[in-house]
Design a protein around this ligand. Structure first.
Ligand code: GAL
Length: 696
C-alpha cells in the first residue's frame, strides 16, 4: 500500500496533467485546426466551425453549385494559406479570423448604399429598410471580395458582425506602433489590424473561401457556387410602368393607350395594392370592383405585348382564402395584423404556391413585387418570434425575402415559364432569383451608388423613378433608371407619367427608346451572368480596383456615368482601352479621366473601341422586337469589331438544357461572322445589319 504522501503526490500530478490535457483539448476545441477545410467545388473551400447551424443561406435558397461552369474556371491560389485562417468556437460565438494584406481593398458586405471600400470599418449585417446612418441593409449578404483576388462568404442566416482591418488582439504578431496619447498627435482611436474578423452568435458557422484569380473571378465563383446569376425573360428588359395604387382595369388600360398614342415604349404594367380586395394586410385576391374581369384584363394586356406584375406584401388578412387554407402555418406575430406564412415549412410553401398559381398564374400574371420583407423589428416580428419550421424570428427576418423569391421562382419554373420581379429584401445565395431590389429612400446619388454596389452583394438593383422636383431631375433620374437592371417608373403614389414634365418629354422618351434598343445587348449581359457568373452591372472595383460609386460598366463594353441634378459637368474615368461616345461615335480617350459637359438630353455613355453592340432599331417593345429578329450591330473604333449575342426562346427554361446559342459576332469588312461559343442552337436567328458609328 503506498504511503499517503505518495498518493497525494500522484493525485496532485494527476490534476496538473488533467489541467494540461484539458487546456490542450480546450485550445483545439476553441481554435480548430485546418484539416477542417474541404474543396467542395473547384476553387471553393469550406470549413465548419462548431456544429452545423441551420438554415444556411444555401439551404434557405435551395441553391446547388453549377459544377460544370465552376470546373471551366481558371485555377487560382489564395494570397494566404488556409492554415493561417483561425476558426474559433467560444461559449456564445463562432468566429473566423482571416489575414488581410497591407494593400488590400475589401468590397461587398451587402448592398451598401454609400462608399465601396469597406476596409477599416465595422459592419453588423442585418436585414432592414435602409436609412442613412444605419448599417442595416435591404440585402445583408455576408460576402466580401478582396482586391487581392479572392472572396469570403459566411453561409449563415444569423446576423453576422465584420471587423475589417480593425480590432487588435493581445496575441497579434504584427501590431501597429504603440503611441502615447499624452504626447503623440498620431495616436489612433482605431488602430489598424491585419485581419478581418467575422462572427455570429451561434453554435456553428460555415465559412466559404473562394479563389479568383481576379476579384471579378472570385465574385463569379460565388455566383456559380450559388447556382449562377439569373436570366430574366426577354420581355422583362423593356420598360416597366407601375400605375397608381387604386387604379382600376379601365384606368390602367387608359394609361397603356396613352403610352401608345404618345410613342412611349412599354413592356410591363405593375399593379399596386388596389388590385387586391383589401391591403395591409392583403387578401392576395382580385378586387371585384376595380378588376371585375381580371382574366380578360391580363389577356388583353398580353395581346398588346404587355406583361402584368402584381404588388404584394406577404402578410395575409383573415378574410383571404389563403389564410384559411394555410391552417395556422404562420409565425407567432402579425405584421400590420396580417399573418406571416411560415414559408420555410414545406407544406406552407406549397400551399402558397398553389394559391398563387390558381389565382394569378393561371390568368397569365407574369410576376410579383414582394414588398416590405425588410422591416427588421420596426414592422416585422421581434427577434424572439417563433416559426414552427425552426428558424427563430431574427433568422427569419434575415431570409424571409429569399424564401419568397425561391417559392415564386420555383412556382414559375414548374410551368416552364420565366418570371421577373422586384423584392425589397434578399440575402446571400440568391443571385439565381429573377428579382431586383428597390427602396423608398429615393436619393438619386444613393440609387446610383446602390447600382454600382449591387453585384458585390450578388443582387440586382432597380434605380426606379417615382417623381421629381424639376424637369431636370426627372430627366436625369429617368436616364439612370433606363440603364439599370429593371427600367421602371413607379407611379404608385404620384401618378406620374413619362410625359409629366412637358419640357423634357422628348429627352425622357429618348432615354426609354435607348433602353428598348439595348435589349439584345443587356439580354446577352444577363446570359453571361447565368452562364459565367459575371454580373450585368459591373462596378469599377471589379474592373480595375477603382472605388468610384458614380460610374459602372453595363455588360462587357458600355461605360455608364450618370448625371445628377444641378451638375453641368462631371469627371469620368475611362478604364484601359480606347473609348468612344455612344451617341456620336467620337473618340473620347483611353485609360484617363476626362471631364464632360453633357447637355440635359445626353447621358454620358461610352463604348469600348473594337466592340459591336447588338441593338434593336426603332424598338418600342422587347417582345415585338425579338419577333422581328433584326439586330443592328453598332460598331465603334477602327478595324475588326467583336461582340456577343445570346439567343433562346426568351421565355422558357429550355436554356438550362442547352436550348440556346451564345455567339461571338465578328464584323470584318462589312460582313458578320458568327461563331457559337456555347449552347446547342445551330446558328443565330437574328438578321444582322451593320451600323458603323465611328467618327474621329
Ligand atoms: C411601398 C413601396 C412602394 C409602393 C407602396 C404601396 O412600401 O416601397 O413602391 O409599392 O408600398 O403601398
Amino acid at each position: 500500500m503506498p504511503a499517503r504522501g505518495v498518493t497525494f503526490l500522484k493525485w496532485h500530478l494527476g490534476a496538473v496533467q488533467l489541467q494540461i490535457l484539458l487546456g490542450v483539448v480546450m485550445a483545439t476545441h476553441n481554435q480548430q485546426k485546418l484539416n477542417a477545410w474541404r474543396e467542395v467545388q473547384p476553387g471553393v473551400w469550406v470549413a465548419q466551425i462548431g456544429k452545423a447551424d441551420q438554415p444556411t443561406l444555401t439551404r434557405a435558397s435551395r441553391s446547388e453549385p453549377r459544377h460544370d461552369r465552376l470546373s471551366a474556371m481558371p485555377n487560382a491560389t489564395l494570397p494566404f494559406s488556409l492554415d493561417q485562417v483561425r476558426l474559433v468556437k467560444s461559449k456564445s460565438f463562432s468566429t473566423v479570423h482571416i489575414p488581410l494584406g497591407k494593400n488590400e481593398k475589401i468590397f461587398g458586405l451587402g448592398l451598401q448604399m454609400q462608399g465601396t471600400d469597406r476596409r477599416n470599418g465595422i459592419y453588423h449585417l442585418r436585414t432592414d429598410h435602409y436609412s442613412e446612418g444605419n448599417d442595416r441593409l435591404h440585402v445583408p449578404t455576408p460576402l466580401y471580395i478582396s482586391s487581392a483576388g479572392y472572396a469570403v462568404f459566411l453561409n449563415t442566416s444569423r446576423t453576422p458582425n465584420f471587423y475589417v482591418g480593425v480590432g487588435n488582439r493581445v496575441d497579434d504578431k504584427s501590431r501597429p506602433k504603440f503611441r502615447d496619447r499624452n504626447t503623440d498627435p498620431r495616436w489612433d482611436a482605431q488602430p489598424p489590424s491585419d485581419w478581418v474578423e467575422a462572427s455570429v452568435e451561434a453554435q456553428g458557422l460555415e465559412v466559404v473561401v473562394l479563389t479568383g484569380p481576379t476579384a471579378m473571378d472570385a465574385l463569379r465563383r460565388y455566383n456559380l457556387f450559388c447556382g449562377g446569376g439569373t436570366l430574366p425573360p426577354l420581355w422583362a428588359l423593356g420598360f416597366w410602368h407601375r400605375t397608381p395604387s387604386l387604379a382600376s382595369a379601365d384606368a390602367v388600360t387608359a394609361e397603356v393607350n396613352e403610352f401608345e398614342k404618345r410613342g412611349f415604349p412599354l413592356d410591363v404594367i405593375g399593379l399596386e395594392p388596389g388590385w387586391q380586395s383589401r391591403s395591409y394586410p392583403g387578401s392576395m385576391e382580385w378586387s371585384k370592383d376595380r378588376f371585375p374581369d381580371a382574366s380578360k384584363f391580363v389577356k388583353d394586356m398580353s395581346v398588346r405585348g404587355i406583361s402584368v406584375n402584381l404588388w404584394e406584401n406577404p402578410y395575409v388578412a383573415p378574410e383571404s382564402e389563403l389564410y384559411n387554407i394555410l391552417k395556422g402555418r404562420f409565425g407567432s406575430h402579425t405584421v400590420w395584423l396580417g399573418a406571416a406564412p411560415d414559408v420555410f415549412d414545406k407544406v406552407a410553401r406549397r400551399v402558397v404556391q398553389d394559391f398563387h398559381t390558381k389565382h394569378h398564374l393561371a390568368l397569365g400574371v407574369s410576376g410579383y413585387k414582394i414588398d416590405e420583407v425588410d422591416g427588421f423589428d420596426v414592422w416585422l416580428w421581434p427577434d424572439h418570434a417563433e416559426f414552427g419550421s425552426g428558424p427563430d424570428g431574427l433568422q427569419m427576418r434575415q431570409i424571409y425575402g429569399v424564401l419568397w423569391q425561391e417559392l415564386l421562382f420555383e412556382m414559375y419554373r414548374k410551368q416552364n415559364r420565366r418570371t421577373f420581379g422586384l423584392v425589397r429584401a434578399s440575402n446571400g445565395a440568391a443571385s439565381r432569383f429573377p428579382f431586383a431590389i428597390y427602396s423608398d429612400t429615393y436619393n438619386h446619388r444613393q440609387y446610383v451608388t446602390a447600382l454600382t454596389n449591387c453585384s458585390l452583394a450578388g443582387t440586382l438593383w432597380c434605380a426606379e423613378i417615382r417623381s421629381a422636383n424639376s424637369p431636370e431631375e426627372w430627366a436625369r433620374r429617368m436616364q439612370s433608371a433606363c440603364l439599370s437592371p429593371i427600367a421602371q417608373l413607379n407611379a404608385w403614389a404620384d401618378g406620374t407619367k413619362p410625359w409629366s414634365f412637358a419640357s423634357v418629354t422628348d429627352t425622357v422618351r429618348d432615354a426609354m427608346l435607348l433602353r428598348e434598343s439595348l435589349v439584345p445587348y443587356i439580354y446577352t449581359a444577363f446570359a453571361q451572368y447565368w452562364h459565367d457568373g459575371v454580373p450585368p452591372v459591373r462596378p469599377m472595383s471589379l474592373i480595375d480596383g477603382g472605388t468610384e460609386t458614380d460610374q459602372y460598366l453595363l455588360g462587357d463594353d458600355l461605360l455608364v456615368a450618370p448625371m445628377f441634378t444641378g451638375e453641368t459637368s462631371r469627371t469620368v474615368r475611362l478604364p484601359k482601352g480606347k473609348w468612344y461616345d455612344y451617341a456620336t461615335g467620337a473618340y473620347v480617350g483611353e485609360n484617363q479621366s476626362i471631364t464632360v459637359k453633357p447637355a440635359l438630353n445626353t447621358i454620358p455613355l461610352y463604348v469600348r473601341g473594337g466592340s459591336a453592340i447588338p441593338t434593336y432599331v426603332g424598338a418600342t417593345n422587347a417582345t415585338k422586337s425579338a419577333a422581328l429578329g433584326k439586330v443592328t450591330l453598332r460598331c465603334y473604333g477602327d478595324g475588326e469589331h467583336r461582340g456577343l449575342l445570346f439567343e433562346d426562346d426568351g421565355t422558357s427554361f429550355g436554356y438550362e438544357k442547352g436550348e440556346f446559342g451564345l455567339y461571338e459576332l465578328t464584323s470584318r469588312s462589312g460582313n458578320v461572322v458568327s461563331t457559337r461559343i456555347a449552347g446547342q442552337r445551330t446558328g443565330p436567328k437574328a438578321i444582322f445589319k451593320l451600323d458603323s458609328v465611328n467618327q474621329k
